[in-house]
Ligand binder design. Structure first.
Ligand code: SF4
Ligand code: SF4
Length: 188
């Protein structure tokens, strides 16, 4: 079934989600079996399980879906995706919902978008994660009061060699940056 075919006669929200997700049209085959929520390590913290979220998407409940914390509780473990009997790209759909929520300034009541932006900014610059930079920048810009409480944990991580003081760039960072810039250009 082509994307164009499934997109005919469906809600604008579902159409947008399908077009923004590789193999997103598979969502149309959801059986509401609940295997995704049953597999998810974070379902207890979610406003709605992936199964329920997909039912809400089908019902065109755009505002409720984008305001939910479900996509922000997703840690991209892909367990649901590997267990879905209908081969629905659940994790990738969660990413698409995150992108839409960020574009509309919705965060599901979490600081996750700010944390994600700090992480991706550092990966853009260094080509890899930099834990001290993530913790420092994120708390400084978003939760300065909480920053003081992070001190003891940071010192402990330094002592155990689990956190580098300075960031290091990967080799040929310019090539990675060219790929990232091209991907951003294509997604506009
Ligand atoms: S496991 Fe797949 S088919 Fe079952 S409810 Fe989740 S998304 Fe739908
Ligand atoms: S990929 Fe996300 S939604 Fe799926 S099981 Fe893992 S945390 Fe849950």
């Amino acid at each position: 079934m082509s994307v164009q075919h499934v997109a005919e006669g469906i809600s604008p929200f579902l159409k947008e989600l399908i077009e923004d997700t590789p193999k997103g049209e598979r969502i149309m085959h959801c059986l509401q079996c609940g295997s995704c929520g049953g597999s998810c390590p974070n379902s207890a913290d979610m406003d709605h399980t992936p199964r329920k979220l997909f039912a809400m998407i089908m019902a065109n409940q755009r505002n409720e879906v984008l305001a939910a914390n479900t996509q922000w509780c997703c840690v991209s473990c892909y367990l649901c995706t590997t267990r879905c009997p209908q081969e629905i790209p659940i994790t990738d759909l969660m990413y698409a919902l995150k992108r839409m929520a960020i574009a509309e300034g919705k965060s599901g009541g979490t600081n996750a978008p700010a944390l994600a932006k700090t992480f991706t900014d550092l990966v853009d610059r260094y080509g890899r994660s930099y834990e001290l930079g993530i913790a420092g920048l994120y708390h400084l810009l978003n939760r300065p009061v909480a920053m003081a409480k992070m001190g003891p944990m940071g010192l402990s991580m330094f002592a155990k060699g689990r956190m580098a003081i300075l960031p290091t760039k990967i080799d040929k960072i310019d090539q990675l940056q060219a790929i990232i810039n091209k991907a951003r250009e294509l997604s506009k």
